[in-house]
Design a protein around this ligand. Structure first.
Ligand code: GLP
Length: 244
C-alpha cells in the first residue's frame, strides 16, 4: 500500500507495489496488469503518476505494452549458469523446455580467416558450417553459427538433420569428440537487420553476442561458434570466489 506522508515519491511507491505483485506471481507472466485508470482510482493518484511508474517498469523490462491491448508482465529471462559447458539442447532440457532449430545454412566451406585463426587451421581448410535459428518452446531466442573442423566429423551433414538433432550429441556419440572446456566471450550490441527479422524483436531489444571456442581433451580447438541471443530473454550468472 502507499503512504502519502512518506518521503518516497508516490510513483516510486506504485512502481514498487507493481514490482512486488510481479515477483510474488500475483501478476503472472504474459497477463495484463490493471489499467492505468484502475490503478489511479485504486491509489487515488493522477493518471500521470501511474504512467510514470509503468514507464519505468517497461524500461526495466518487467512490463511491456501492446498497442491497443494494455500493459503485460514480461516473462522472466532464461538464466544460464556460466560454470558448465553445455549445449543449447541440454540447457533447454534442464529447464523443461523443448529445443528445436531451423537450419538456415549447412555446408562444408573453406574456413574464413577469423575461423581459421580460432581453430588453429590454415586459412581455407575445410570446416562444417551450420547456421541455425534456435527455438525454445517454439519461440526463436538465438541465432547461432557453428564451425567444426571437417576432418573431425566427415559426412556429418549427409547423415544428420540438425533441425531436430543436437550437434554436441552427434559429435560425442558418433565422432568420439569429447568437449572438455570452452573459451567464451559475451558482449552486448544492437541487432542486425537479419537478427531483427529472424528473432522477431524490435530495434530496442539488445543482443547478447557470444563467441565460443570449444576444446577437446587434447586441448585442441574443434568448434568456433558465434551466437546472438535475445537480450530480453536471456541472462547469465556465475558464482564468484574471492582470490584472497
Ligand atoms: C550452444 C553453444 C554452441 C554449440 C551448441 C550445440 O548453443 N553456444 O557453441 O554449437 O550449443 O547445441 P546443440 O547440441 O543443441 O545442437
Amino acid at each position: 500500500m502507499i503512504t502519502r506522508d512518506s518521503a518516497v515519491p508516490l510513483y516510486i511507491q506504485i512502481k514498487e507495489f507493481i514490482r512486488q505483485n510481479i515477483l510474488s506471481g500475483a501478476y503472472s507472466e504474459n497477463t495484463r496488469i490493471p489499467s492505468e485508470r484502475q490503478l489511479s482510482e485504486q491509489f487515488e493518484v493522477s493518471r500521470l503518476t501511474v504512467t510514470k511508474a509503468i514507464t519505468e517498469l517497461v524500461t526495466e523490462g518487467l512490463l511491456h505494452t501492446r498497442v491497443g491491448k494494455g500493459t503485460f508482465v514480461t516473462p522472466g529471462k532464461i538464466n544460464q549458469e556460466l560454470r558448465t559447458l553445455t549445449s543449447f539442447t541440454e540447457e533447454m532440457q534442464r529447464r523443461g523446455q523443448a529445443a528445436a532449430s531451423r537450419v538456415l545454412y549447412a555446408s562444408i566451406d573453406p574456413a574464413e580467416e577469423e575461423v581459421a585463426r580460432a581453430l588453429a587451421l590454415v586459412p581455407g581448410a575445410k570446416v562444417m558450417v551450420l547456421k541455425r535459428l534456435r527455438l525454445s518452446d517454439g519461440q526463436a531466442i538465438a541465432l547461432e553459427i557453428s564451425h567444426i573442423i571437417d576432418a573431425l566429423c566427415p559426412n556429418i551433414l549427409d547423415n544428420h538433420d540438425f533441425s531436430c538433432e543436437s550437434l554436441y550429441q552427434v559429435l560425442r556419440e558418433e565422432y568420439g569428440l569429447n568437449m572438455t572446456h570452452a573459451q567464451q566471450t559475451i558482449e552486448a550490441r544492437r541487432a542486425t537487420v537479419t537478427e531483427l527479422e529472424l528473432l522477431k524483436i524490435d530495434s530496442h531489444t539488445p543482443i547478447l553476442s557470444m563467441t565460443r571456442i570449444t576444446f577437446n581433451e587434447q586441448d585442441a580447438p574443434f568448434e568456433y561458434a558465434r551466437s546472438a541471443y535475445r537480450g530480453d530473454r536471456y541472462k547469465f550468472n556465475a558464482v564468484l570466489h574471492s582470490v584472497g
